[in-house]
Every structure is written in structure tokens, then in C-alpha cells.
Design a protein around this ligand. Structure first.
Ligand SMILES: Cc1cc2nc3c(=O)[nH]c(=O)nc-3n(C[C@H](O)[C@H](O)[C@H](O)COP(=O)(O)OP(=O)(O)OC[C@H]3O[C@@H](n4cnc5c(N)ncnc54)[C@H](O)[C@@H]3O)c2cc1C
Length: 634
């Protein structure tokens, strides 16, 4: 029997082609080409390679307007066998919860015709919203285990009906085993999507696309579209162009180097501070004035993500924001700890980072994170204690859990927030970037509780730790049976030390293609040595094999928040910028005055890096600043 595979894809605007209307300051959407979401192409490829190796019927499903048919035809041209378009005005305005509901209904409909589904594939995230919630959400509704962020299918055993797959997560690589049927969300690392063949193109032109409306899939009208979505967009703004940093052009390399080192010393980024701190350093470390909103509210919860009791930094970063929100609501800040034998150590830290109480669920089955068991454990707590807001790290496992939990408790989830506020009526407002930061959307969740929000690592600042602070531990038991758990963790390999070092680095010097050849990377290393910094890189040079992947910073690499970030010969592509723009002070050295990196740099030198970088090293040495850089605590 061939496998029955469904690939859920999304048609998205090509974000690279989106521009801002200088008159209205709005994003120009008209005329922007629509494309198949990039990692959905990887998921189609994965399904087609199953078809090639084991025999499968590959059906592609999308929800969208009639023109989304084009993306389905492109999938058929690649080799898919059937295509389904879920289209109805009533589906319009759906958030991720309503989208996963509608897709689930459509999958049930397809199963009526084609028989039971073996695997449902998704891309890891869609580039317009970057939430990654829909795949885990659909999996929960189908009762399938989900492998999210799959970077490789390592084993397929059709006789015993299981799959082993690698998940590249924030702290390493997991190999997990799941039974078939299952759901898998695929990353760009998994494969190289194939091109359409000539035969495929001809087939695609003639192919029948089956359209379903809301009645065909027997969708509950209360659960679809805008009306069925717990979250909605309250406000969209195009962020004002960033204030231009100071740029040095002309003069000798020595003068430029002196100018830069002077500025860095002045703001306290190097050596002893003599002037006022940089605008970024001034912002947000201390608790801002808070005014309590009227009414009764639940507590603010922060999920303490960890592996074997070692916490993810983002959990403590969220404590600072959580405390502020709890003060606004006039309620408590509570940490949620789920695991096996980790309560003592994590509760202690949670209290010291600001928690008033800890909700603790421990069980041997919870030894390792699995969305299936952690989702149930968290839902138990939430359903019993009714928090107002649940904050989670926007890590791989944090997003996975958030998508699963929001579906189980049927509430709204705002992903990748960069700011969390409470309005005068007590409504939680999460603001997040869309289209790679070209727009900022403020999203609310007025009808369901709790509001869930995720925040990436290093977006919020670390709060002060108060040694010895204590609070209340509320233990909540759970009954679990390992035999009933579908997902098994086969192995975990911690990530290379270089990545860990980079993520936590205070100073980073990154090199880009402007270095011209691998041997010139020595220049970046020399500057890094002089500054006591870690070495970062762009994807371009990683692809050229000038440096290993664990040094890559950006969308598909590491996200950093350095106190001082040097970009040397880096153009400043949006995929690089998202991984470093939260650094306190950014210095760019580039010979192209139009390079985008100058748009985010606080200090820039327009010049040849081969002259400027040695001059900076000399200047640091001459002033006794080399290798004796004062580390100013954030
Ligand atoms: C899905 C996807 C994900 C991606 N993820 C990432 C990611 O995680 N991280 C990432 O970095 N990229 C990522 N990229 C790639 C990204 O789009 C860019 O291609 C990449 O960042 C460019 O690297 P670069 O700046 O080193 O090279 P280039 O864009 O080639 O820039 C080189 C720069 O060096 C300057 N230069 C040249 N010679 C000199 C000199 N002598 N002195 C001074 N300056 C000089 C040039 O003016 C130019 O600005 C991704 C792309 C895609 C499509």
C-alpha cells in the first residue's frame, strides 16, 4: 500500500519584493509576486522523496483565495499527485488557531476520499508571519505526534511503521522516533527542493484542483475566519526609518580608527566611560513606572524552559517583563516548571529572578521535553489556575509547546513579540514584526484567556537576580504512562561550544564576503582577539566554507544581543540583521556607502576593511585597550 501523504502549503507574498510607499508609509502589497512559502518547498520535496523511495500518493493542500491555486499547480509541477484548495470568504482573517482548525477539517475531508493519512508535512514557518504554530496545531487536532523543526529524516521503517527524525533545536540536535501516522514540520536544512520537470509543468497546467468551501469540510462557522480567531490585529505600523548612526567617510584609516575608538570609549563600550551611555544602553534595564489597571485579573505566568534542569536564558529574560506586567495587573508573577526532579534548582532560580510563586509538575515521563506530555501537563495547570497571560521563549521547543498548548486550551497565541503592553482596559497587547520587520503589528486576544505570547531570546533584557529570594511552590501532580506516549527521544547531542559562546558573547566581530577569501578571516580573528570578542559570520561565508556553520548569525543561524557588535565586510541582508540588530552598539565597516548594514549601525566607517581593521587594532593597542576591554555588565 503506498503511503498517503498530505503537504500543507501557504502562498505568501515575496517579502524581498515588498516596499514601503513613501507617501502613505504603508506596505505596497499590490503587484507583489506571490510565491510558495520557502520551507513549504522543502516539505513538498520531503514528501516527494518518500514517494520516490517507498511509493506514496502526495496530496497538497492550501487554504487561501482562489489565486492560491497557482501554488498548488507549482506543487503538481514538482511531482505532487493531487491538489486541494480550501477557499471561502468565511475563512478570511483566520489566525493560526482558526487556520489549524480549517486545515484539520479539510484533512478529514480528504481522508474520506483517499483513506487514512500517514504523514502530514508542513514547512517550519511561513515567512509572512513566522509563527510556526499551524503544524503543531493541526497535529494536536488529528491526534498525531509532531516532529517540528525536522532537519533530516534519518530512518523510515514501514514494516514497524515508525520514522526517526533529527530536530535541530536551540541547544543541540535531538533524534526522535514517532509512529506513523505523524506530522512533520520541515526546515530548509532537510533537503534542496527540486525544480519542476517539463512533464510536470504540462501535467500541472491540466491538473484538476479540488476546491472545498466551508460547507464541504463541515466547518463550524464559529471556529473559522476572523470570527473564530481568538487573536486579531489591532494596529499595524510601518516602523519609522531607524535614526541614522554616525558615519565616518574620508580621512585616513588611522583617523577613522581614532574617531571610532574615541566614540566607543565615550559611550562606555570600550574602556572607562567618559560620556553618556548609548541610547540603547539607557533603555529598559530598570523597571519602568507601572500604573495598575482596574479590574480583577489572573496571574502572569512564565514558562521555565530547560533541558535536564539547565534553564534556557530566555525564561529568566521573560521574568523581567513578566514582573512589570504582573505589577500592571496587580497580580503575581508565577513560573511554570515542568520536568523530572528539577523543581528545587529551577524554583530557586525562578524566585531569585522575580517569581512570587512556582507551579511545579514533576514526573519521570517528563524527564525530557516532548510536546505531547508537556502540552498536557501545562494545559492541566492552565485549566486549573486560569492565568491572565502565559509567556514563553520563542525557541524551537518554546514555539512547539506554545502551538500545541494554544490548540489544547483553545486560546490565542501571539508569536515573536518584541514588546508587551497592557492597555487602559487591561487588554494584553503584543507587538511583533511581520514580513521580516517591514511592518509591526499589535495583536490582542480579547475573548479567550489566557493570552499566550512568545518572545525570542535576547529581545528582553535580563532582570537583576536577587540571591536568596524565596516564594511559594504549588505542586500539581500528573498521571502519565510512558507506554502511552507516542514520541520517543532516541538521542540528544548538545550544540557545539562555539554556538553557546556566540549566543552569550558580550562582544562579537562578524566577517562577511567582503573579506574576499578564507585566509583573510584572520583579520577578523585578530580584531576579535584584540577586543576579547567571539567571531561571527554571515551565511554567505559559511556557504563558501570560510568558517563553520556554528559561527553563522541570522535568521538561519544564531540570534545574538552583544554589547558591542562589529560587522566587517557584511552587506546587512535582512536575514543577517534579524540575528544581531538587538545588539547595544553596532559598528559597520564597509566600502559601499549604500550598504544596508549602515541602516542599523550606530557607528559606521566607509572604507576598505583591509586598511581600516588593522588601523583599529593598532589604535586599540596604542591606547592599551587591546585584550583588556572592560566588560560593562548589561
Ligand atoms: C532563507 C534565507 C535564510 C538566510 N539566512 C541567513 C542568516 O542566517 N545569516 C546571514 O548572514 N545570511 C542569511 N541569508 C543570506 C543573506 O540573504 C545574504 O546573502 C548574506 O547575509 C550576505 O552575506 P555578506 O554580507 O557576507 O555578503 P555580501 O552581501 O556579498 O556583502 C559583502 C559586503 O562586503 C563589502 N565589501 C567588499 N569588499 C570590501 C572591502 N574591501 N572593504 C569593506 N567592505 C567590503 C561589500 O560592499 C558588501 O556590502 C539567508 C538567505 C535566505 C534566502
Amino acid at each position: 500500500m503506498p503511503l498517503n501523504i498530505i503537504v500543507c502549503i501557504k502562498q505568501v507574498p515575496d517579502t524581498n519584493d515588498m516596499r514601503i510607499d513613501p507617501k502613505t508609509n504603508n506596505l505596497i502589497r499590490e503587484g507583489v509576486p506571490a510565491v510558495v512559502n520557502p520551507t513549504d518547498l522543502n516539505s513538498i520535496e520531503e514528501a516527494l522523496s518518500f514517494k520516490d523511495k517507498y511509493g506514496a500518493r502526495v496530496s497538497v493542500l492550501t487554504m487561501g483565495p482562489p489565486q492560491a491555486e497557482q501554488s498548488l499547480r507549482e506543487s503538481i509541477a514538482m511531482g505532487a499527485d493531487a491538489a486541494y484548495l480550501l477557499t471561502d470568504r468565511a475563512f478570511g482573517g483566520a489566525d493560526t488557531l482558526a487556520t489549524s482548525y480549517a486545515l484539520w477539517r479539510a484533512i478529514l475531508k480528504i481522508q474520506e476520499q483517499d483513506g487514512p493519512t500517514d504523514i502530514v508535512f508542513f514547512g517550519k514557518v511561513a515567512i509572512d508571519g513566522e509563527t510556526g504554530q499551524v503544524g503543531p496545531g493541526v497535529a494536536v487536532r488529528l491526534g498525531f505526534p509532531v516532529v517540528s523543526y525536522c532537519s533530516k529524516i534519518s530512518k523510515v521503517d514501514l514494516e514497524n511503521r515508525f520514522i526517526e527524525a533529527e530536530r535541530r533545536v536551540d541547544d543541540g540536535v535531538e533524534v526522535v522516533r514517532v509512529p506513523i501516522p505523524c506530522a512533520i514540520t520541515v526546515t530548509e536544512a532537510a533537503n534542496e527542493p527540486r525544480q519542476a520537470s517539463l512533464d510536470g509543468l504540462i501535467k500541472a497546467k491540466r491538473a484538476k484542483i479540488t476546491a472545498f468551501n466551508k460547507d464541504a469540510v463541515q466547518a463550524d462557522p464559529k471556529k473559522i475566519g476572523l470570527g473564530g480567531s481568538p487573536t486579531y490585529v489591532k494596529k499595524v505600523v510601518v516602523p519609522p526609518p531607524k535614526k541614522k548612526g554616525e558615519i565616518k567617510e574620508g580621512g585616513s584609516p588611522g583617523e577613522a580608527a581614532k574617531w571610532l575608538v574615541d566614540r566607543l570609549v565615550q559611550i562606555g563600550a570600550l574602556g572607562a566611560r567618559t560620556g553618556s551611555p548609548s541610547p540603547v544602553q539607557q533603555a529598559g534595564t530598570e523597571m519602568q513606572e507601572t500604573k495598575k489597571v482596574p479590574g480583577e485579573h489572573g496571574d502572569v505566568w512564565v514558562y521555565v524552559e530547560h533541558r535536564y534542569g539547565i534553564p534556557a536564558r530566555v525564561s529568566w529574560e521573560l521574568m523581567g517583563e513578566g514582573k512589570r506586567l504582573a505589577q500592571i495587573y496587580g497580580t503575581k508573577l508565577c513560573a511554570v516548571v515542568i520536568g523530572d526532579n528539577v523543581g528545587d534548582v529551577l524554583s530557586k532560580e525562578a524566585f531569585e529572578y522575580g517569581a512570587d510563586a512556582v507551579y511545579l509538575t514533576e514526573h519521570p515521563v517528563l524527564h525530557e521535553y516532548r510536546s505531547e506530555t508537556y502540552g498536557v501537563a501545562f494545559a492541566n495547570l492552565s485549566n486549573k489556575y486560569h492565568p491572565e497571560v502565559v509567556l514563553m521563549g520563542g525557541t524551537h521547543n518554546g514555539r512547539d509547546l506554545a502551538g500545541v498548548l494554544a490548540t489544547i486550551i483553545e486560546t490565542g497565541l501571539i508569536a515573536d513579540c518584541t514588546s508587551l503592553e497592557v492597555d487602559e482596559k487591561g487588554g494584553f497587547n503584543g507587538t511583533r514584526p511581520d514580513f521580516g520587520g517591514k511592518e509591526m503589528s499589535t495583536i490582542v486576544c480579547p475573548r479567550t484567556k489566557p493570552t499566550m505570547a512568545s518572545v525570542r531570546t535576547r529581545v528582553m533584557k535580563m532582570p537583576q537576580r536577587v540571591e536568596g529570594k524565596r516564594g511559594q511552590v504549588i505542586s500539581e501532580p500528573i498521571e502519565l504512562d510512558e507506554k502511552a506516549v507516542k514520541e520517543k527521544i532516541i538521542s540528544f547531542t548538545p550544540m557545539e561550544r562555539a554556538v553557546a559562546k556566540l549566543e552569550n558573547a558580550d562582544i562579537i566581530v562578524s566577517g562577511g564576503r567582503g573579506l574576499g577569501s578564507p585566509k583573510n578571516f584572520a583579520l577578523v580573528e585578530e580584531l576579535a582577539d584584540a577586543l576579547g570578542a567571539q567571531v561571527g559570520a554571515t551565511r554567505a561565508v559559511v556557504y563558501l566554507d570560510w568558517i563553520s556553520k556554528d559561527h553563522q548569525i541570522g535568521q538561519t543561524g544564531v540570534t545574538v544581543r552583544a554589547r558591542l557588535y562589529f560587522a566587517v565586510g557584511v552587506s546587512g541582508a535582512v536575514q543577517h540583521i534579524v540575528g544581531m540588530e538587538n545588539s547595544d552598539t553596532i559598528v559597520a565597516i564597509n566600502k559601499d556607502p549604500e550598504a544596508s548594514i549602515f541602516g542599523v549601525a550606530h557607528f559606521g566607517i566607509i572604507g576598505d576593511l583591509f586598511q581600516v581593521v588593522p588601523a583599529i587594532i593598532d589604535e586599540l593597542k596604542a591606547r592599551g585597550l587591546a585584550k583588556k576591554v572592560a566588560i560593562v555588565a548589561k
